[in-house]
Design a protein around this ligand. Structure first.
Ligand code: MG
Length: 375
């Protein structure tokens, strides 16, 4: 079975019916689906955390490397793509695009063998996982979004970005107190100021003092409290903070994660499967982290396809506990035929059907992209 086509599917709200004319892709699109087709009519779907324009350029650059390749050998094909592009786009657009190709190849491998990807990654340690509702904080719908997450059955909520760390310490604590009061004592609460946002103003001492405050509200982890390149700051913080420190969502390629893991710069590590190189790279990062007692929380949250890939990886890791679930989000909600059912303990089932295991909402894909899936 050979790869014979790759289609790039831009995701935006309200696209033109029938997709975009050649060369007129939308300026504002952050998330892109990528469909790999084979000469035997099997199609796999992947997700890329970057724009369709960049993804299209990378897919064309890579064409001589993927065209005609064996479609059921994701690990070898992805490594070939990485190894052949050392001098161009490495770690950036090309790595992002390989992420989508890799996820789609695993999806194909699963469909062809009749197995869920988690089993093909080595075996399924679990058949359910606890999703945390990932929502932004400090806006007028902040409390409403938390209440909606509770009503849906989430037992874990992460509040992120917004004014946290950008106005005052008092404001930070008010937001956390409001979240804890809204969620009650039994729902896990995570806090993510998003220090990968531009011009982040704080360093180690702010992060350490804020970590102590978060502990008073029984916060489960403190995510991206320092600039994403400040590894020395993270090393000190992970050693001295009274709660787990998480991060690394912006890194790409397994090699970039190695010093973070080997220097114990982080307690929980968050590779984004739609950026790092896909499931193949994510598995290697997660296994390296596991061997250093660092747990992985995959970060493919930007689309339902990324979420599905995350869940398959989480199935195949010995110590996984959570998966990020952005809510509300059209790129999650519209691509799934129905919301994932959340059980009484706040867990969702990990799909066990072949491939990524999800029957996509084909009309939803068309609504967000203007394009139809091939099958
Ligand atoms: Mg984050």
């Amino acid at each position: 079975m050979k790869i014979d086509q790759i289609r790039v599917i831009p995701l935006v709200e309200n696209p033109p019916v029938g997709g975009w004319p050649q060369g007129q892709l939308p300026a504002r699109n952050e998330y892109t689906l990528l469909e790999v087709g084979t000469d035997e009519g099997v199609f796999g779907l992947g997700s890329v955390y970057t724009s369709a324009r960049l993804t299209e350029a990378a897919v064309e650059l890579l064409r001589p490397l993927w065209e005609g390749e064996i479609a059921i050998e994701p690990v070898r094909v992805s490594e070939k793509l990485h190894q052949s592009t050392f001098w161009q786009g490495r770690g950036g657009t090309v790595t992002h695009a390989i992420s989508g190709i890799d996820i789609a190849l695993w999806d194909i491998f699963g469909q062809v063998t009749g197995q869920p990807v988690g089993r093909l990654l080595g075996g399924c340690y679990r058949d359910r996982i606890k999703p945390y509702a990932s929502l932004s904080m400090g806006h007028e719908r902040f409390v409403a979004h938390m209440e909606e997450a509770l009503a849906r059955g989430f037992k874990a909520v992460k509040i992120g970005w917004g004014p946290f760390g950008r106005e005052s310490r008092r404001r930070d604590e008010e937001l956390v107190r409001l979240a804890r009061e809204t969620l009650g004592a039994d729902v896990e609460l995570m806090v993510d100021p998003g220090a990968s946002g531009r011009y982040w103003a704080h360093g180690y001492k702010w992060a350490l003092e804020t970590a102590k405050m978060l502990c008073e509200y029984d916060v489960t982890w403190f995510e991206e409290p320092l600039r994403p390149d400040d590894m020395q700051g993270y090393i000190k913080l992970a050693e001295n903070a009274p709660l787990p420190i998480t991060g690394c969502e912006v890194l790409t390629r397994r090699q970039s994660f190695m010093p973070w893991i080997e220097n114990r710069a982080i307690d929980f590590i968050q590779p984004d499967l739609t950026k790092v190189g896909g499931l193949t790279e994510g598995l290697r990062i997660a296994q390296h982290a596991y061997d250093h007692s660092i747990m992985t929380i995959a970060h493919g949250w930007n689309t339902a396809v990324g979420l599905a890939a995350d869940m398959q990886l989480m199935a195949a890791l010995p110590t996984a506990r959570w998966v990020e679930y952005k809510t509300p989000s059209p790129f999650i909600d519209e691509l799934l035929p129905a919301p994932l059912p959340i059980d009484e303990e706040g867990f969702v089932p990990i799909p066990s059907a072949p491939g990524l295991g999800v029957a996509w909402d084909r009309d939803g894909v068309e609504k967000l992209s203007g394009m139809r899936l091939s099958n």
